[in-house]
Design a protein around this ligand. Structure first.
Ligand code: FE
Length: 180
């Protein structure tokens, strides 16, 4: 009889621990993730090495312009960023966490003044969030690993996807590839 009671208690304790750990996982999202759908939350959560840092830590690591864009959802002026007119062969990585985001062979001349790509390297590296700021309905593009704001994605891109990922130069670093 005592054995049955003990094993029941162990099961109940296990269930309690499990439910608490689930709650705390959901609570670790940053503010910018709070309106993301469940599927994109899961998408981001699959990256077990998700980076969460305080504003002070990011300020130390990023340049003022990188911080303004990535952590405060800033936007660089059109035709002023370092990559809108860069068409060299290479990979664009997140300036905050180094995640490889876009390849140069998906970059196209959109005429909008920001680096534009028709698709990311892997959509699981991106979080998509509805953005209703400035009287517009847009889809914000966020780095899934560090939660940094990258830019927006629009439906006026070229084939094969029809998408235009309009990304701030200041949210990325370009890693040039040597031609073989
Ligand atoms: Fe990142």
């Amino acid at each position: 009889m005592i054995k049955i009671i003990l094993s029941s208690l162990i099961v109940i304790a296990g269930l309690l621990v499990w439910s608490f750990s689930n709650q705390s996982n959901e609570g670790t999202g940053t503010d910018s993730n709070s309106f993301i759908s469940d599927s994109t939350k899961k998408q981001g959560a699959q990256m077990s090495d998700k980076i969460i840092k305080s504003d002070e830590e990011w300020k130390k690591e990023l340049s003022p312009e990188e911080y303004r864009i990535l952590r405060e959802k800033g936007t660089e002026k059109a035709f002023t960023g370092k990559y809108w007119n860069n068409f060299e062969l290479g990979t664009y990585v997140c300036a905050a966490c180094g995640t490889e985001l876009f390849e140069s062979d998906t970059k196209f001349e959109s005429g909008c003044g920001w680096p534009s790509y028709f698709e990311p390297i892997d959509s699981s590296r991106i979080i998509y969030k509805k953005d209703s700021s400035y009287g517009m309905i847009r889809t914000e593009v966020i780095c899934a690993k560090c939660g940094g704001h990258l830019g927006h994605v629009f439906d006026d891109g070229p084939p094969p996807t029809g998408k235009r990922y309009c990304i701030n130069s200041g949210s990325m670093k370009f890693i040039k590839k040597d031609k073989k």
